[in-house]
Design a protein around this ligand. Structure first.
Ligand SMILES: Nc1nc2c(c(=O)[nH]1)N[C@H]1C(S)=C(S)[C@@H](COP(=O)(O)O)O[C@H]1N2
Ligand SMILES: [Mo]
Length: 193
């Protein structure tokens, strides 16, 4: 029995990954202070209707829950993490993203960015998450709002995310310009290039 369970788990673990028991914390720089009155979330760039949400407005947007495994390039994985937030797809609809917008850059503080193809960014499991396991997302894990992109190594999931920029050309982000792989698919072990 234990063995069957182990094998099932092994299949869920991408190559070169191990299962973390806890929830590691990983980021460059300090945890930014959250001021709910000053906080804004923007959707801008190649869009016909640029958006800027206050904290109150953002919390009132439609949200969905996603349970998924996460995989960090430093080799830890965590199974069945539960997130709730605003689907990127919804934000793109509201902002009326142009057909010419083929790439997305998520903006974090201190110049942190991560790039994604638009098609991937608007998949059903991609969220601007504000809730983790039923509670407000903790500051150390990117609260009040972080990007959540379970299909890619976790550096693509920008913590303290304050905006999505739509682009017609790809623009590599913080780690992508420092040797990390542009695509970052854990099942293909796209770690570095
Ligand atoms: N703004 C910002 N987001 C970030 C990072 C960062 O340094 N700054 N690090 C990334 C990396 S490498 C990982 S593995 C995850 C870690 O998220 P966690 O601390 O919630 O586990 O955040 C990602 N998002
Ligand atoms: Mo990471």
């Amino acid at each position: 029995m234990a063995r069957a369970v182990d094998e099932r788990y092994a299949k869920r673990l991408p190559p070169g990954q191990y299962m973390a028991r806890d929830f590691p914390v990983l980021h460059v720089g300090d945890v930014p202070r959250f001021d709910p009155t000053a906080w804004r979330f923007r959707v801008f760039g190649e869009v016909d209707s640029p958006q800027e949400f206050t904290w109150e407005q953002f919390l009132a947007l439609p949200a969905r829950a996603v349970t998924a495994d996460i995989h960090c390039v430093t080799r830890w994985s965590k199974f069945d993490t539960q997130w709730t937030g605003v689907p990127t797809k919804y934000l793109f609809e509201v902002a009326r993203v142009r057909p010419t917008a083929r790439f997305v850059v998520a903006h974090g503080p201190f110049g942190y960015t991560a790039n994604l193809p638009r098609a991937l960014a608007e998949a059903d499991d991609v969220l601007l998450a504000h809730t983790y396991e039923g509670k407000p997302l903790e500051p150390i894990h990117g609260g009040p709002v972080r990007m959540f992109v379970p299909s890619r190594y976790f550096w693509k999931s920008t913590k303290w995310c304050t905006g999505l920029e739509l682009l017609s050309e790809d623009r590599p982000g913080f780690w992508e310009t420092r040797g990390y792989h542009n695509e970052a698919d854990p099942w293909k072990e796209e770690r570095y290039w």
